[in-house]
Write a protein that binds this ligand. Structure first.
Ligand SMILES: [Zn+2]
Length: 412
C-alpha cells in the first residue's frame, strides 16, 4: 500500500481528527516529469487538526520509500542554510554545555553541512540519514554517517557502536517522520540524563498567519506549534526547556529538551504565550484557515483569468509551488513555461500540470506578458533579476496572505 489514511492523531494518538482543508488529489511535489504526457501517481492531500492536542497534520501517509530513499534536497546548496549552520552550532553547543571530546549526533544529517562547524571546533560528530545519495556526499566530505532511518533500534545500535551523544539534533525532519513515536523514542533511548536534544521545525504560526498552504505537501506530515511538539516529547519523558527562532523556511522554531527536567527558559515561556495569542491552538482558527485557502484559490484564478491571451511565464519551481498550482488547476494551458535557475530541472516538467521548465534566457525570450512568481519567498532576488533582464511588465505574487499583481519596476 503506497498511501494510507490515518484516523488517529500523529502526536497524541486520539481519534476525532477534524478535516479543515482538502487540497485534492496531488502528485508528489518533488516529482518533476521527464515528459509532459508522463502519467504520475496522485494521492489525496487533506489537512486535519486534532481537537485534543491541536496538532495540524495530514490525513494521508505516502510510503516513505517512495518519498525519501533518494532525496534531491542537498542542504549545502542553500546559502541561507550554510550561513545559519554556524549560528546553530554556537547556540546548540552553549545550550547543551558541550565539553571537550563530547559527541554530537545529527539525525537526518543530509550532506553533513550542519555537523561541519561542530567538527571544526573539535567535537566528535556523527550523522544518520536515510538517503543513500546524500550520505555518499557526507562521507566524501569526511562526516561519518550511517544510511538509516532513525528509530529506537538504530539508537541502541548507535550507543553500542559509536557511543553516547551529549547533543542530538534534527532539523526540518520531525514533520517528515512517518513513525513519529519511533523517531522520538530514538531520542529517549540515545539521550543520557545529561544529554540535550534539539528539533527544528517549520512553525504552524507562519503557515496560519501567511496562509502558506503552499508549504503543505505529502512529505510534511505534521505542522507543529510548541504545544503540540511538547505533547509528543512529554509522552517519551522528554521535557522542553528552551526554544530559539530559526530563519529557515520563512519561520521555524528550534525546541530544546532533555530527559532530566530543567527550568523553562524565558524564551520558551514567551514563545508559549505568543503562540497562544496567534490562534494556532484553536480548532476554529484552522477551520477558518481552510476557508481562506479556498478563497485564495478563487482569487488566484480571478487574477490570472484576464491574462488568457498573454504569455504567462512562471519563476522558480520549488516543491512549494506544486501544491498551489495543482490546487488552483494551473498547468501549461495557463502558464507557458517556468524559469528555474537549477540546470538539473531545465528540460523537465512540473508535477501535475506539466509546465515546461526552462532557463532564464529561454523564459525571457518568450517575451512574457505576465511573470508568475511561484517562488514568492525569494521575491526580492527574483525581481532584481527581472529588472536586469529589462522586464518591466506585470508580476503575480501569490503569497503570503493574498495573491497580488504588481509591476516588476516597482518595489513593494
Ligand atoms: Zn492530538
Amino acid at each position: 500500500m503506497s498511501c494510507q489514511t490515518t484516523t488517529r492523531c500523529r502526536a497524541c494518538g486520539k481519534a476525532g481528527l477534524k478535516n479543515v482543508l482538502n487540497l485534492g488529489r496531488q502528485p508528489l511535489a518533488n516529482g518533476l516529469k521527464r515528459k509532459a504526457a508522463e502519467r504520475e501517481a496522485r494521492y489525496p492531500l487533506t489537512v486535519a487538526v486534532c481537537p485534543s492536542c491541536r496538532l495540524v497534520q495530514l490525513r494521508e501517509t505516502v510510503d516513505r520509500h517512495v518519498l525519501f530513499d533518494r532525496y534531491f534536497w542537498v542542504t549545502g546548496t542553500s546559502s541561507s542554510a550554510r550561513a545559519f549552520a554556524e549560528t546553530f552550532c554556537d547556540r546548540a553547543a552553549k545550550t547543551a554545555g558541550l565539553k571537550q571530546h563530547d559527541l554530537v549526533l545529527e539525525v537526518a544529517s543530509n550532506d553533513g553541512t550542519f555537523l561541519k562547524p561542530f567538527a571544526a571546533k573539535g567535537w566528535r560528530v556523527h550523522g544518520v540519514d536515510p538517503a543513500q545519495n546524500v550520505v555518499a556526499q557526507a562521507l566524501d566530505a569526511g562526516v561519518p554517517t550511517w544510511a538509516r532511518y532513525w528509530d529506537a533500534a538504530v539508537a541502541q545500535e548507535f550507543l553500542a557502536e559509536v557511543g553516547r551523544p551529549k547533543l542530538i539534533f534534527a532539523r526540518n525532519v520531525v514533520a517528515h517522520a512517518q513513525d513519529l513515536d519511533g523517531f522520538i523514542d530514538g531520542f529517549r533511548v540515545a539521550l543520557g540524563p545529561d544529554g540535550v536534544g534539539a528539533l527544528e521545525y517549520h512553525s504552524a504560526v507562519s503557515i496560519l498567519e501567511g496562509l502558506q498552504y503552499d508549504s503543505i505537501y505529502h512529505e510534511h506530515l505534521c505542522y507543529f506549534g510548541v504545544r503540540s511538539i511538547s505533547v509528543v516529547l512529554e509522552r517519551f519523558g522528554l521535557h522542553p526547556f528552551h526554544a530559539d527562532p530559526s530563519p529557515i523556511s520563512g519561520g521555524a522554531t528550534v525546541v530544546v529538551f532533555s530527559a532530566k527536567k530543567r527550568p523553562e527558559s524565558k524564551a520558551l515561556k514567551a514563545l508559549r504565550a505568543k503562540e497562544k495569542k496567534t490562534g494556532i491552538e484553536e480548532v476554529s482558527s484552522w477551520v477558518d484557515f481552510g476557508r481562506r485557502c479556498y478563497a485564495h484559490r478563487d482569487a488566484s484564478r480571478a487574477l490570472l483569468a484576464p491574462f488568457k491571451r498573454e504569455t504567462v511565464v512562471g519563476f522558480g519551481t520549488s516543491a512549494r509551488s506544486s501544491t498551489y498550482l495543482n490546487f488552483c488547476g494551473f498547468g501549461r494551458k495557463q502558464v507557458r513555461a517556468a524559469i528555474d535557475n537549477n540546470p538539473m530541472k531545465q528540460g523537465l516538467f512540473s508535477p501535475g500540470g506539466a509546465i515546461p521548465i526552462v532557463s532564464k534566457k529561454e523564459g525571457f525570450a518568450l517575451k512574457p506578458g505576465l511573470l508568475f512568481l511561484f517562488a514568492w519567498n525569494f521575491k526580492k532576488e527574483i525581481l532584481d533579476e527581472c529588472r536586469k533582464h529589462g522586464y518591466k511588465g506585470r508580476v503575480l505574487i501569490p503569497f503570503p496572505e493574498r495573491p497580488t499583481l504588481t509591476a516588476a519596476g516597482v518595489s513593494r
